[in-house]
Design a protein around this ligand. Structure first.
Ligand SMILES: *Cc1c(COP(=O)(O)O)cnc(C)c1O
Length: 219
């Protein structure tokens, strides 16, 4: 069995969804997986996503997984399916504004810093609860906060990675209770990549972002 089908089968046992990370990969290779039934693809650069969206079938669901600058939101707002990397109130506000001008509701995840390294983007838990406590948030009618995203420390220490994924899962449960108890759409936890997705699904990921393990290493 090929790697793609093997991973899909494993994910289905945990009810987790695959976002196939296609950054740097050519159109033909994306089409290959599209023709096998893959509809969710992740990109981390806005311009690359826009170009691929233009050239590929329109029922592909594009996931913005990398850091997003405010001034680039307008380029993906007409079509993006889910933005995983929302890490500030200002960015959320801009996404709402651009979603509104496109007459859409844009799904987003709040990115939480769970890794030990401080090179990774994301909000602290405190910053996140401050954001969610902002009353103005209720006026943002064109965004839907669907859950959380996190990236674990790049390490061989599985206990550390597991601990970080647990932190994200626990924080998700807390937010669900405190802010989203009546919102069915607040259910997603995007965590796990090629190297650590097995730990992530065991710890409650609903969505994993896998690139190199399926599509090959990026040079
Ligand atoms: C590139 C990337 C991935 C996928 O990484 P792989 O190791 O190739 O699976 C996942 N998440 C984010 C945010 C990325 O930028």
């Amino acid at each position: 069995m090929n790697k793609y089908n093997e991973i899909l089968k494993e994910l289905s046992k945990y009810d987790a969804k695959l976002v196939l990370v296609s950054k740097t990969k050519p159109i033909e290779q994306i089409l290959h997986y599209y023709n096998m039934g893959q509809k969710d693809f992740g990109e981390n650069r806005v311009q690359e996503m826009v170009e691929k969206h233009d050239k590929l079938p329109k029922d592909i669901k594009w996931h913005q997984i990398g850091h997003l600058q405010k001034n680039k939101v307008k380029y993906i707002a007409p079509f993006v399916h889910l933005i995983h990397s929302v890490d500030s109130y200002e960015l959320l506000k801009e996404i709402n504004k651009r979603a509104k001008s496109n007459n859409r509701i844009i799904n987003i995840l709040l990115q939480i810093k769970i890794a030990l390294e401080d090179t990774k983007f994301g909000m602290s838990k405190e910053e996140c609860t401050t954001l969610l406590s902002n009353k103005e948030l209720n006026t943002f009618q064109n965004i839907r906060i669907c859950g959380l995203m996190g990236m674990a420390t790049f390490t061989k220490d599985e206990n550390e990675i597991r601990k970080e994924f647990k932190t994200l899962k626990d924080f998700h449960s807390k937010l669900k209770r405190d802010y989203f108890s009546d919102k069915d759409f607040f259910r997603d936890i995007s965590m796990g990549m090629s190297s650590d997705y097995k730990l992530a699904i065991q710890e409650g990921a609903t969505m994993v972002r896998i690139g190199s393990l399926i599509m090959g290493s990026r040079l």
